[in-house]
Design a protein around this ligand. Structure first.
Ligand code: FPP
Length: 235
């Protein structure tokens, strides 16, 4: 969700006004995802590296998460949305950790859409904590290192029970992944747009999905093999 700061700057407003405006786009994309039958939406709200921002901005973002969590639980339930937070929440203020736990518990039976908010998350953090878990199991004699394969690693990452993302959308004009879902996005299709996050709309979301639907995903195979598999599936 990149571009909040620039959006505010263009309007001669403080950066936090951009983050506040960004919350509106979050609402749009969550409601649109639920409406379109998307099963999982993951939003990158705060990276492991965002602690390096000025203290005032970090504090403001924490406050914004708190108020969004407090204010949105009812709306999430109305839309049948289950909230999950991924990332190292132990670094957050205690009251924010508590609120996250309450929001997850309040929405845990919702079924229409899983909304994952990545907070204090980093792809490298995820791989590191996974390595630590596996190393502990090896040291305890519970796991044979020779039996570690991709499934063993995937099982200790942040969301082993959900499919890998199909589509990765980055707003704000940068053309990089910035440490997001490094393992899980291995085969994600990527959609870059110059639009700043507060201007992200249902219409642009639709364009990203339409663009995605025109891509051919080969997963290492050749085009003819993919076409044969699709024809089999359709038969
Ligand atoms: C990146 O834009 C955005 C963030 C670091 C914060 C994103 C947070 C929100 C949209 C608000 C709350 C989210 C939830 C899920 C309640 P930037 O500040 O790096 O923008 P810039 O590149 O223009 O400076």
């Amino acid at each position: 969700m990149d571009g909040n700061g620039r959006w505010a700057k263009q309007r001669h407003m403080p950066r936090h006004a951009g983050h506040r405006a960004g919350v509106k786009s979050v609402r749009v994309v969550v409601e649109e995802s639920a409406r379109l039958g998307i099963e999982v939406l993951t939003l990158f709200a705060f990276s492991s590296e965002n602690w390096r921002r000025p203290r005032q901005e970090v504090d403001l973002l924490m406050e914004l998460f708190m108020s969004a969590l407090r204010g949105e639980i009812r709306r999430l339930t109305e839309n049948d949305v289950k909230l999950r937070v991924i990332g190292d929440r132990s670094a957050f203020p205690r009251n924010l950790q508590k609120l996250i736990g309450e929001a997850e518990a309040a929405t845990c039976n919702n079924r229409r859409l899983i909304l994952q908010v990545a907070a204090n998350y980093g792809g490298r953090w995820d791989l590191t904590q996974a390595a630590r878990q596996l190393a502990r199991r090896v040291a305890a004699g519970e796991l044979d290192p020779d039996l570690i394969d991709e499934r063993t690693v995937a099982a200790v990452l942040s969301f082993p029970d959900l499919p890998d993302p199909d589509l990765f959308i980055r707003t704000g004009g940068e053309r990089r992944l910035s440490n997001f879902l490094l393992w899980q996005a291995a085969y994600a299709e990527i959609f870059f747009t110059d639009v700043l996050w507060p201007d992200f709309s249902a219409d642009l979301f639709g364009q990203a999905l339409a663009d995605f639907s025109r891509r051919q995903r080969r997963f290492g195979m050749i085009a003819e093999q993919v076409a044969a598999i699709s024809a089999d599936g359709a038969a």
